[in-house]
Design a protein around this ligand. Structure first.
Ligand SMILES: [Zn+2]
Length: 126
């Protein structure tokens, strides 16, 4: 019992997993400056990966919407859009208009329901 309690209280370096000394400040998270640095370098790296992924998804969405407009299509189901690589959760902004949600992907503008988008148009006045 006492052992379990001690294990719970014991904290470990977020980078290398080494136990931190009991006497250390309670907010200490790393065993050394080296570990702190490599942990933060990695999380910056992760931030870049995430930004790259989001940007790629937005560009993909923009490409898909542009393709639709070139074909004269202004409404499509989310199922069909997904097959073209469109991910509805990636938008650059949205605005509530009454009960409708107007979504923007850069200069593209459309309304979205849980099942489809409609009134797709290119807008130069965002
Ligand atoms: Zn460490």
């Amino acid at each position: 019992m006492g052992y379990d309690l001690k294990t719970k209280e014991r904290r470990y370096c977020l980078e290398c997993g080494e136990p931190l000394d009991y006497g250390d400040r309670s907010d200490k998270k790393f065993c050394s400056c080296g570990c702190r640095n490599s942990y933060h370098n990695k999380s910056h790296h992760n931030g870049r990966v995430i930004k790259h992924r989001v940007n790629a998804a937005l560009e993909r969405n923009h490409d898909v919407l542009g393709k639709l407009l070139r074909m004269g299509v202004t409404a499509m189901s989310l199922v069909d859009l997904a097959q073209m690589g469109f991910k509805p959760e990636y938008i650059t902004s949205f605005i509530k208009r009454g009960t409708r949600t107007e979504c923007h992907c850069y200069d593209m503008r459309y309304y979205m329901t849980p099942t489809r988008i409609f009134s797709l148009e290119r807008s130069y006045l965002l």
